[in-house]
Structure formats: structure tokens, C-alpha cells
Unconditional design. Sequence first.
Length: 390
Amino acid sequence: MLQHERQHLGPAVEVSIDAFRLDDFADDAVQIGACRLRCISNAAALEDLVVGDPDAAARACGGAAVVRGLLDDYRRETSVSGDQRSNHAGGAAADHHDVELLHSHVEHVIELLGSGATGPVTPTRGLRRMLRDATRDELAADLAQAERSRDPIGQLTAAHPEIDVVDAYEIQLINIRQRVAEGARVVGHKVGLSSPIMQQMMGVDEPDYGHLLDDMQVFEDTPVQASRYLSPRVEVEVGFILAADLPGAGCTEDDVLAATEALVPAIELIDTRIKDWQIKICDTIADNASAAGFVLGAARVPPADLDVRAIDAKLTRNGEVVAEGRSDAVLGNPATAVAWLAGKVESFGVRLRKGDIVLPGSCTFAVEARAGDEFVADFTGLGLVRLSFE
């Protein structure tokens, strides 16, 4: 795998800390407890890790941030005396308590050394164990097989109600790694659930995202075989092509527009490997945010040439208007979705890079696609993009 390919892989959300250096954690209790933790190997600073590297464990949806968050949540929920808090940096009792917390939540990767531990490790209130690695692998394989065979599977969340977002992103990554190992290349990302209505339906307060691979791109002059997909739908999007790397945390709409080479008319082809689109948030994240394909129109328009918030979009199917919308349906501004994505992936150790394609979300509702359909998306100021099925 080439280095530049590995840079783009997205969040490697393996729940493990064996690739973490403990001083990357913002909590000294973890440092003090280091002598009582095992599985600390291949130590490297988080900023030096290549996210998506299948040989490097421990990204955990931003790994250190996740564990740090667990500690913070736990401390807020428990009664700790003022003395314990003031002595936290050197307090053995507090340190041992924190190590027990880590152990109870990620038992499959952290083991307490007997010489340093006293008393039994008990489950921590408010936390639940995430899926085992073997279960994640199995679910990823099920999704991949469903895509190959075009035979959908049942809800992951129904069979495994304990699944959480960290699990779901890791399942996504397992399949992305596999496809890259087989020769695909990550060329960008897509943002999903970028409208308040969709977020409300899914019970979430932020979007999700998936990966765009080069073998997912289709072209205007080549009909797509509908039989390649299970239950395809199309969405109308204002695509971004980056001319420069984006910052991560704190990325703004102005940063996005300054780093954008061009806006491009786009249609995203979405699909689900879950039967009948019966999906919850963790189902769609695990399923690469329902990404299946994309087509870009010919136009390349500098963002300074139009108001990215006020691009009208119309979708026709076989000459009939089936959906209309405007770009501000995407979080009020598609650039907001790109800025959110930049911050989100940065928390996983990833940056949006020059040349990346970003699909920020649909201006309209998704429309079902069938063999024989020809779609045309028409954007004011951006022109047309076509997608046909046979």
C-alpha cells in the first residue's frame, strides 16, 4: 500500500491502546498506571501514526480522545471528594480507580498486572463493552458478502444491540482496508445525514461519513448496471474538489472555500446492504454511510464565482422532475458540512488533503433508481450531471 493511499484511509477505530504512547493521553492517571497495563507495544505518538494502516492498532475513533472522554464522563458521574481531586496527579487511589475504569471498558486489550492491582475489577456504571474484534470482523464480512452477492442482510443493530458508533466505524474501516489491499484507492469522503430532518429520524445530533474509492466512480457516458446494486437511490450534491489541505479542529467555512479548487455538480449513488433500508445510525456507518458510487459533471466552478449556500438543484428521471432543492439544505451551507468533516476526521488522525473529493450531502431527498432510468441533475451556476442505469 502506498504511503499517500494510507494517509487517506479515514478513521482506524480499533479499540486498542497498544500503539499509543501513554503521554499522548491528557490524563496523568493513565501515565502513572502504565506499569500496571500490559499490551503497550509499537509505541508512537498519535500524530506520527498513519491512520488506516492495517499493521497499526489503536485508533479507537480518536483513541486517546475516546478513553479520555470515558474517564471524564465517569468522574462526572461519581462522587470524588475535593481532596481526591486535588491530589489526583499523585493519588494512588484515584490512579488505581482510573485504571480499573479502563480495564472494565476495554478488557479485551488491556490487562491489569496482578502485582499492581488490589481487589476485583467491577463493571463501571454508565459504560458498556463494545463488540469484540472477532464480532466486528464477522459483521464486516457479512456486509462485504451482501455487496458481492447482492443479497441483503438483517439489521446489525437488531442482532447486536450493544453496537456503538466506535464499533460501526471500525466495521466500515475493516472493509475499506480490505478493498484498498485489493487495489482500490481512497479518493475522498462523503457526508451523510447532513439535514436536521435526517438526523432527527436517526436520533443523532451530527452527520456521519463514509469513504469514496476510485472504483466507486461512474461516468456520465457509461450506463451503470442496476443489477450491481441491491436497492440503489440517487442524491443531488454540490461536490468540492480540494486544492489544498484543510485544517482539522476549528476548520471554518472560510477555510473550506479558500482551500477549494472547484465546486462540481455531482450525483451520489447510495445503496444499503441492509434489507429494505431498515437502518439505524450504526447500521449505516458500518455500511460505509450507504455509499455506493458517484458521478461528477464536467463543470469546475471556483467557489468565489457563486454563493455556495444558494445553488438551486433540480433532479429529473426520464425527463420528469422528481426532486428539487437548494444547497442550503445541507447544514445551511455545504461548506459547513465539509468543515465538520475536516474536524471529525482530524480527531481520528486524518486530514482532508489536496485533490480530495468531498460530497457534503444531498440538496434533495434520495430518489429510487431502476434499470432504464436516466437521471439529470441541474444546478444553477454549476450546470448538469447525468447518470443512467441499464
